[in-house]
Write a protein that binds this ligand. Structure first.
Ligand code: IMP
Length: 418
């Protein structure tokens, strides 16, 4: 049995994976990210310092080796800034970047902006150039980390990409300036750019413990999310295999992170969305503003059926619930476990977003609870226990961690991963 664990989000992203991964990181020798780019983001506060991460796993703060897998799209300029932010933690030694990972170029961000503006049905992207970088990857005109090191090849590829984008992007770019800046960045990262697939396979075979870190959430998965209101990568378990170059049986366990309620940034259907006083309370108390964009998140009750779907899809056996403390003090807490659709009760999530918008959630209502989260030695409140039990019942996965506050210490273990 390998000592590996995949941790991924089971809702629309922002489930609090960052905190859970940070909590678990010290038990792993390697943390490897498999998809997405600087569209992700989370904040870690430690030793009185604030660290805002977008690309590097926060495991770097624990001395863990951090891998940026081939499935990612990496902005090397931002990466160098993040490396500077954590310079006291030896990123030059600890970071391994896949030579096959694709590079987010300045024209990708421009393309992201232009494409969003043209759409009548906007997605509400983070504007980080993620979609266009993946478009180029699949269109076979992408620039990979390995290309940054070879100046001639880089120039040739930038020229081609810009030619293909004529009539698409509005701003003009200087090939010379881009090549200068990105080649220089490539040279600075050269020592960290390796065949990460080979590194990971070898490490796992040697018995090293590895945590595979997903970004965003299952319902933003380009195949299984609420398309087109998704990101451009596979956030569910398949992404870990293709995004890191490991065989499926190297993944010993899968843990899903679930926020105790639902949030969503960007557009698209959201069956359990709520507006009004309770939503505002949760928004404020939960500080529900995007780390990357600062946008206020949309708020809703927990949709356990969406979580069930994610559990089935990725073979999730263990769940970590985040932000359950935020629901404390409410008179009642609702969970949707099915929908009313065309006069029938169903758990099926339609593939057409227009149909998803017609789903009317069926709720179970729980009495509220009081818990400050400060004294973790106490038994958790009876009503909170019922809530957790319901999540287990409806998903078939075991809740092993609950997070009751922003800091690492406000985390309670309810069970073990076997
Ligand atoms: P993109 O990934 O920037 O292309 O954005 C596509 C969709 O995914 C938009 O609805 C974004 O708001 C959403 N999204 C991307 N990254 C995150 C994230 O880390 N958390 C939550 N939503 C995200």
């Amino acid at each position: 049995m390998f000592k590996t664990l995949a941790v991924l989000g089971l809702q629309f992203g922002d489930e609090g994976k960052g905190k859970i991964v940070d909590y678990l990181s010290s038990s792993f020798e390697i943390v490897a990210r498999y998809q997405g780019g600087a569209n992700a983001g989370h904040t870690v506060i430690t030793g009185g310092k604030v660290f805002k991460f977008h690309l590097i796993p926060s495991g770097i703060l624990h001395g863990t080796i951090c891998v940026l897998g081939n499935g990612m799209v990496i902005d090397p300029i931002q990466l160098l800034e993040e490396m500077k932010m954590v310079q006291d933690y030896s990123p030059q030694k600890k970071l391994r970047i896949s030579e096959r990972a694709h590079v987010v170029m300045p024209y990708h961000k421009e393309q992201d902006r232009v494409e969003e503006e043209k759409k009548s049905n906007r997605i509400g992207t983070t504007g980080k150039g993620i979609g266009p970088a993946y478009e180029d990857k699949y269109g076979r005109i992408g620039i990979r980390m390995v290309d940054l090191i070879n100046r001639e090849r880089l120039e040739e590829k930038v020229r081609l990409a810009l030619k293909m984008k004529e009539g698409i992007i509005e701003k003009s770019f200087s090939v010379k300036d881009i090549v200068q800046e990105y080649h220089e960045a490539g040279l600075r990262l050269k020592k960290n750019i390796i065949d990460t697939g080979e590194f990971l396979r070898k490490s796992i075979e040697e018995g090293r413990s590895v945590l595979f870190e997903g970004a965003q959430g299952t319902h933003l998965d380009v195949d299984f999310g609420m398309y087109p209101f998704v990101t451009s990568s596979n956030t569910s378990i398949g992404g870990a295999i293709t995004g890191l170059g490991i065989p499926p049986h190297y993944i010993s366990n899968v843990m899903g992170v679930v926020k105790a309620y639902t949030t969503k940034v960007g557009e698209g259907p959201f069956p359990t969305e709520i507006k009004g006083k309770i939503a505002e309370e949760i928004l404020k108390k939960g500080n529900e503003y995007g780390t990357t964009t600062g946008r206020p998140r949309r708020i809703g009750w927990l949709d356990i059926n969406l979580v069930r779907y994610s559990v089935e899809l990725s073979g999730v056996r263990y769940i970590a619930i985040s932000k359950i403390d935020i629901l404390s003090g409410l008179d009642e807490v609702k969970v949707s476990y099915a929908y009313e659709y065309n006069g029938k009760i169903t758990r099926k999530i339609p593939s057409d977003p227009a149909e998803i918008s017609k789903l009317k959630p069926v709720y179970k209502v729980f009495d509220g609870w009081e818990f400050t989260g400060k004294d973790l030695k106490h038994e958790i409140p009876k009503n909170m226990k019922k809530y957790i039990k319901f999540i287990e019942e409806k998903t078939g996965a075991k809740v092993v961690i609950i997070s009751l506050g922003a800091s690492r210490e406000d985390t309670k273990l309810l069970g073990r991963i076997k």
